[in-house]
Design a protein around this ligand. Structure first.
Ligand code: F0G
Length: 456
């Protein structure tokens, strides 16, 4: 087989800034060892997120020029609505400025005190919006999804036995809907199988509970189904995506991922009454129903991006480029979540730096070392992001301590990825030297964005 190449050529480039190691030591100190507080100009390769960092295509940029900026009834809205309706089959398509705005509106409508929202694994903003409404967010991943080194095809799946037990315990009347995150971001960017989506839907139907997809990375998930799930090799990714949505009653979507745009999102559903309430909230918080916090040009770019994302040459390159980084690291003995996910490589920080206890944030130590060594920015997904405190004030850590190297879409070339692999290997070779951190300042919710750290 020949090398899988980037299925595009580059028309416009953006220089990246080089810094010295001495400069980076100072920059880290000034940013209180939190990558979110580093100026992007001081980052060489930015793997903080794959969200809103995609390179848009020439067609998307020309669509932006063509966007209709009418306040109401914009032509771009109707193209956006038509594209999403034809892909998802949902009746109500509600534009929002990004994924969390869709979540905020959805859970304001269905959440609240005494309610429970199960999910394979909530992303942090989803959990925050569920909890902000007064409801309880419950993660029900399968046991194999919790073992970083274990190789399995669909580690993003929902644990169906646990879901049934949970519904019986909490009572179906207290569960307004069940979410399913595809791919499962916080669980390592791992896909969910179609049979798991179908079985989840069937189970929920017994109790009359609707299923909503958190569809940010639906195309990457669909591509994994094509490659890994028996019976789907001959189907197009588009057909698979349609089947995924066919089992759902609605979705939230951050268009900043698999719609290949820098800003945007939507909430879609079939329930007329919820949609009516959602549109009322939209008007108060986001904007009129045909733009919802976006410009006409953004709607145009999303519609175009949603067609480009289903291109199988693109998805072949996309999934291969993440897997390529994973292979290089695995061959060098670096512990990562196996197999590589769709949008990111997750380093297993517990295995990488076993000498640092969880309450000293081993993932944060690796994040800082990668920046200091090579100007690479990434993010901790472990005790910093998901840690909470017990009544005794002691840190309660999540099961996994991960460091995410998220790969922006269509942005970096193979040599950038080679460089990343080299830097990670160098840090791994010197891992005994890594030291933990303590938090000196933090916010009550989503603390990872603003927390300040001091090295131990
Ligand atoms: N759901 C999932 C699974 C996500 O990954 C994200 C964002 C959201 C919802 C919220 O969307 O950012 O548009 O408001 N994830 C980004 C990340 C931030 O880095 O993984 P948003």
């Amino acid at each position: 087989m020949k090398t899988i190449i980037e299925p595009f050529k580059i028309k416009s480039v953006e220089p990246i800034n080089f810094t010295t190691r001495e400069q980076r030591v100072r920059i880290l100190q000034e940013a209180f060892y939190n990558p979110f507080l580093i100026h992007a100009d001081n980052v060489l390769i930015d793997l903080l997120t794959d969200s809103g960092t995609s390179a848009m295509s020439a067609k998307q940029w020309s669509g932006m020029m063509d966007g209709d900026e009418s306040y109401a009834g914009s032509r771009s809205y109707f193209r956006f609505e038509q594209t999403i309706r034809s892909l998802t089959g949902f009746n109500h398509i509600i534009p929002t400025h990004q994924g969390r705005a869709a979540e905020k509106i959805l859970f304001s409508v269905v959440g609240g005190q005494g309610k429970f929202i199960p999910n394979n694994t909530h992303f942090d903003t989803t959990r925050a919006n569920v909890e902000f409404s007064g409801a309880v967010a419950v993660d029900l991943p399968t046991p194999e999804g919790k073992q970083p080194a274990l190789r399995a095809d669909f580690k993003g799946n929902m644990d169906l036995d646990a879901l049934r037990k949970f519904i019986e315990q909490a009572g179906p009347a207290n569960i307004p809907l069940c979410m399913m995150t595809v791919t499962n971001n916080s669980g390592g960017g791992q896909p969910v199988s179609l049979s798991n989506i179908r079985a989840t839907k069937q189970l929920l139907q017994e109790y009359g509970i609707p299923l909503f997809l958190d569809a940010c990375r639906f195309a990457e998930n669909a591509f994994f189904i094509k490659k890994r799930e028996p019976g789907y090799a001959q189907k197009s990714v588009e057909e698979i995506a349609r089947e995924m949505f066919s089992y759902a009653d609605g979705c939230t979507m951050s268009a900043k991922k698999d719609a290949l745009v820098n800003m945007g999102g939507f909430l879609a559903m079939n329930n007329d009454e919820w949609a009516r309430q959602a549109r009322n909230l939209l008007i108060v918080t986001e904007g009129f129903t045909t733009y919802g916090g976006l410009a006409g040009r953004d709607l145009e770019a999303i519609a175009q991006g949603l067609t480009e994302i289903l291109d199988e040459h693109y998805l072949t390159y996309r999934i291969r480029s993440v897997e390529y980084l994973g292979e290089k690291l695995t061959n060098a003995g670096v512990p990562i979540v196996q197999p590589p996910g769709g949008h990111a490589i997750y380093l297993d920080a517990k295995a990488f730096a076993p000498h640092i206890p969880q309450h000293e944030y081993p993932g944060q130590a690796i994040v800082c070392a990668l920046y200091e060594k090579g100007g690479i920015r990434c993010v901790e997904i472990g005790s910093v992001m998901f840690g909470t405190y017990g009544p005794d004030g002691k840190l309660i850590s999540p099961m996994m301590e991960l460091v995410r190297l998220a790969i922006p879409r269509r942005v970096y070339t193979q040599s950038h990825i080679d460089y990343v692999a080299e830097v990670v290997q160098e840090v791994y070779a010197e891992r005994e030297r890594l030291r933990g951190f303590r938090i000196v300042e933090e916010a009550p919710m989503l603390r990872h964005f603003t927390a300040k750290f001091a090295p131990l």
